[in-house]
Design a protein. Structure first.
Length: 366
């Protein structure tokens, strides 16, 4: 049962009010885009406007459980009370309901640092329920930490962004798992105390972006997509328990077939004594000015705060295409990796792209 923690009390209160039922009627992506005034029941309107639609709500319209929780959020810099007739807002955050968990995360924007997306969900679904301890690298607002802690694991989350670390702690309290989640401000392993883990999970910056293209920090994995991932792999031998496993994913530059970084990956696996299984789920053409290049260009312009016009988009997409082409990149591939200790140093590749004639997401076969 929830104790006296205002945020721990808020989660069950929102469920009793019916907010979970409303949100779960939509996919996680649609929860932040498809809610409209016409579908909001009058009894839920103040909560939906406050937590989901980013609006200011009069304090007089809020209940005795929600207001103390907002005061707690305000002390951490995540809520604002203003005006002579006080109103509340949660600034740039949005509340989602995902797989039975409450998650406060950044409102969708190319400039957000508090990231949660389809890749977050796809990665969580790959992690088996093994119990014990877990390390969540590049933990962001803490979804992987919540997912693992709600299944009984003790989780340490490492994140370089201070605001994300704070929000991860908030989300743990909101779901009543604060005794099993320890958020830590750390650049990967840098500030992490000694110790090994049964599970290591990482959703790092991992999109292959040509050099010189402005791109959100939370997504930029460098020209080959492996800029942060190789740093994670470097530290794994000292952090994985003997029978432990590590899980990550990415979007890598590729030539004719497999990731350009595959050679470096094989070299690191042999040097570090790791066995790696790389599953390639889909691909997009890159370096020709097509859909993928234009998507990267649009995100880049939004991140800069620049207006997206036909001419600016075409100019930036051409620059993206040239950047890929200069590296010999013809496509990008979506992939998952599972890593474990094994002196063989083998890298096994499972390529399911041939089955993806009806691909609905980069992370899944339809």
């Amino acid at each position: 049962m929830p104790g006296h923690d205002p945020l721990e009390r808020l989660g069950p209160h929102l469920e009793r009010a019916g907010l979970a039922d409303l949100l779960c009627s939509y996919t996680p992506a649609a929860q932040t885009s498809a809610l409209t005034d016409s579908v909001i029941p009058p009894s839920l309107r103040p909560l939906v406007e406050l937590f989901c639609l980013g609006r200011e709500v009069p304090e007089a319209d809020l209940d005795a459980v929600t207001v103390p929780a907002l005061e707690d959020l305000a002390s951490a810099g995540f809520a604002t009370r203003s005006g002579l007739r006080p109103t509340w807002s949660i600034r740039d955050l949005v509340l989602q309901r995902v797989h039975g968990l409450w998650l406060l995360t950044g409102r969708p924007s190319a400039r957000r640092t508090l990231y949660f997306g389809a890749d977050s969900l796809a990665l969580a679904e790959r992690i088996p329920l093994v119990g014990g301890s877990a390390l969540d690298l590049c933990s962001g607002p803490g979804f992987q930490s919540l997912w693992l802690a709600s299944r009984g694991m003790r989780v340490t989350g490492c994140e370089i962004d201070e605001r994300a670390v704070l929000l991860s702690g908030v989300n743990a309290r909101l779901n009543g798992v604060q005794d099993r989640v320890h958020p830590l401000r750390s650049d990967l392993y840098a500030e992490l105390p000694e110790g090994s883990f049964d599970v290591v999970v990482a959703n790092p910056p991992m999109v292959a972006v040509p050099a010189g293209i402005p791109y959100p920090f939370v997504g930029d994995g460098g020209p080959d997509g492996f800029g942060v991932i190789l740093r994670i792999i470097e530290g794994l031998p000292g952090r994985l328990a003997p029978r432990g496993a590590a899980y990550t994913l990415g979007v890598a530059s590729a030539g004719d077939e497999l990731p350009l970084a595959l050679g470096a990956l094989r070299s690191e696996a042999r040097r570090l004594g790791l066995r790696i299984r790389l599953t390639v789920t889909s691909e997009h053409d890159a370096g020709s000015g097509g859909t993928w290049d234009r998507a990267i260009a649009a995100t880049s312009l939004s991140f800069e705060g620049s207006a997206i016009t036909q001419s600016s988009l075409e100019e930036r997409a051409s620059k993206v295409a040239r950047g890929y082409a200069n590296l010999g990149v013809r496509r990008v591939v979506f992939f998952f990796m599972v890593m474990s200790k094994d002196a063989s140093g083998d890298v096994d590749v499972l390529d399911v792209r041939a089955e993806n004639s009806r691909m609905t997401s980069g992370w899944y076969v339809a």
